[in-house]
Design a protein around this ligand. Structure first.
Ligand code: FES
Ligand code: FES
Length: 151
């Protein structure tokens, strides 16, 4: 394969994009994965969060030159049919308002719970505080993370 080769939602892909292009735009423009959102473009809002080898990262700041051999998961690849415990809790609590920030919130929460399956409220707030929700759904986000942790 030519270009930068990495695993995307479980499948090996080769990107033809410029090597300094941020992953966010490669996902959207080249791979047509629109779940990952552009909010600020400077690492401040969390809307573009994906998993890089299981860790939550800001895809707007990540040039694909750094991705050779890495594993990327986007909201589209988190589970089959929205069955991840975090996605189920999100539905149960009815978290989203406009929905724009939500993929980023879910990707941050799922990576966090993988490492910290039984967090305190303070630890949840700490983990989630970098993900901005302009609709102010923070109370429901916290509730859903707690619910997912119990599952
Ligand atoms: Fe990446 Fe805001 S768009 S952190
Ligand atoms: Fe609207 Fe978070 S639900 S920005």
């Amino acid at each position: 394969m030519n270009g930068i080769v990495f695993k995307l939602n479980g499948k090996e892909v080769a990107s033809k994009s410029d090597h300094d292009k941020p992953l966010l735009w490669v996902l959207r423009d080249e791979f047509n994965l629109m779940g990952t959102k552009y909010g600020c473009g400077i690492g401040q809002c969390g809307a573009c969060t994906v998993h890089l080898n299981g860790n939550a990262v800001r895809s707007c700041l990540l040039p694909i030159s750094q991705l050779n051999g890495m594993e990327i998961t986007t909201i589209e690849g988190l589970s089959k049919g929205g069955t991840h415990p975090v996605q189920k809790a999100w539905k149960e609590v009815d978290v989203p308002q406009c929905g724009y920030c939500q993929a980023g919130q879910i990707m941050t929460a799922s990576a966090f719970l993988e490492k910290k399956p039984d967090p305190t409220v303070d630890e949840i707030d700490d983990a989630m505080h970098g993900n901005i929700c302009r609709c102010g759904a923070y109370h429901r986000i916290r509730k859903a993370v707690r619910m997912a942790a119990k599952q």
